[in-house]
Ligand binder design. Structure first.
Ligand code: ATP
Length: 236
């Protein structure tokens, strides 16, 4: 049994079919990367898995349970946390308050040990715990968004373009942290424009084009694929 099994998924915005016939599986412990051009349907896929968009067809199973019709807030306690594109942190709240918001989503778990883990991963957030989220740099805000998602102790972390808009030193740091989070036992589904680094850390990867999966393989296979190189890795 795979941890996440998406079968024949279709998601629509009214008459527009953003995703169709999408199959995707994620095994426990993996990093799976989804790459694709702007508008390919990456964010739609992530939001559907998190429960923020309804499937008009197909099914989503998590840990052998059908969650296709489950509301987003009921998926969090099952172990699915989304770090949305654009981060979605609360700008006027402090770092601590933002992190506290994350713990509400998965009750019955000890928040203190999570806070220790999160501050170990992101020492900068510990230093800035009383600072308003909105006054931090883009990289720090991204760290806060990931940290907040981790406060819910997810078994699977959905990361939607975590490196977007960040300076190169933050991008390297974010990818290092994703690997670390995975090494600590959290399964990761990653959406990225930054295909090079995202494929380099992936066990498996998929290419999404116009709402359909057009290629799958190991991260290494897709990194070496000439058509991928040309389309996504900036190598002619
Ligand atoms: P990006 O990298 O630009 O975020 P993406 O791969 O995440 O792209 P999606 O945001 O999932 O792509 O969009 C997939 C398709 O659905 C696109 O054609 C987009 O125009 C369309 N779409 C997305 N959101 C909406 C919406 N709220 N209403 C109508 N169409 C939408």
């Amino acid at each position: 049994m795979s941890m996440l099994e998406v079968n024949n998924l279709e998601v629509r915005y009214g008459r527009i079919r953003a995703i169709e016939k999408l199959d995707l599986t994620v095994e426990r412990g993996e990093i799976v990367t989804l790459i694709g051009a702007n508008g390919a349907g990456k964010t739609t896929t992530m939001r559907a898995i998190a429960g923020l968009l309804a499937a008009s067809r197909g099914s989503i199973r998590f840990e052998d349970r059908d969650i296709t019709k489950l509301k987003a807030y009921k998926r969090v306690p099952l172990g699915i946390s989304l770090v949305p594109e654009g981060r979605g942190i609360f700008g006027s709240m402090t770092v601590m308050e933002n992190l506290d918001m994350g713990t509400y989503s998965r009750s019955g778990k000890k928040a203190d040990s999570e806070l220790d883990r999160v501050f170990e991963l992101f020492p900068r957030l510990a230093e800035r715990r009383t600072q308003a989220g909105g006054t931090m740099s883009g990289g720090e805000q991204q760290m806060l968004a990931i940290a907040r998602a981790l406060m819910a102790r997810p078994d699977m972390l959905l990361l939607d373009e975590p490196s977007m808009g960040l300076a190169p030193q933050f991008i390297r740091q974010i990818f290092r942290i994703i690997k670390e989070i995975n090494a600590q036992g959290t399964t990761v589904l990653l959406v990225e424009q930054n295909a090079n680094q995202a494929l380099a850390i992936a066990n498996h990867a998929l290419v999404l084009e116009s709402g359909r999966i057009t290629k799958t393989g190991t991260g290494r296979e897709l990194l070496a694929d000439p058509s991928i190189k040309e389309a996504y890795l900036g190598v002619a």
